[in-house]
Write a new protein. Structure first.
Length: 138
């Protein structure tokens, strides 16, 4: 069995004018999540969030707030423990696109129309966002 690791990660909750959030359908499992991913060596959490948003959505974003830090979740697939910063962001440029390598689809969802989310950590982040919670840590 592979050694379990603690990993740094960042996601960007990107709302539209209607309050819906942008989610990505993952190619690896066919389920949905918040755009984001693991940090690269030497990056800050903010830089990781900006890079991942661009890679997964085609959008340039600006971080406007920290929604929370989520560290109490273990990945079911790898056994690793991601410590994830969830940022709230606004679009500054770019155009929506899918690479069909990491992301299969991009769609905007409101609180009452969420698809199947791939991770309990992402479910917690989405629920906290729609409930107006900020500065969350769990």
């Amino acid at each position: 069995m592979a050694e379990k690791k603690i990993l740094g990660a960042a996601v960007s909750i990107i709302p539209d004018e209607s309050g819906r959030i942008l989610l990505v359908k993952r190619c690896d499992c066919g389920k949905w999540g918040i755009p984001g991913g693991l940090m690269e060596y030497g990056e800050t959490l903010e830089q990781a969030a900006l890079r991942e948003a661009r890679e997964e959505t085609g959008l340039d974003i600006e971080i406007t707030a920290l929604s929370g830090i989520y560290s109490g979740f273990i990945s079911r697939s790898t056994g690793n423990q991601p410590i994830t910063a969830a940022f709230i962001a606004r679009i500054t440029g770019g155009e929506l696109y899918c690479d069909h390598i990491e992301t299969d689809s991009l769609e905007w969802f409101g609180r009452d129309e969420l698809p199947e989310i791939y991770s309990p950590q992402h479910i917690a982040m989405i629920n906290d966002y729609f409930n107006g919670a900020r500065g969350v840590f769990r």
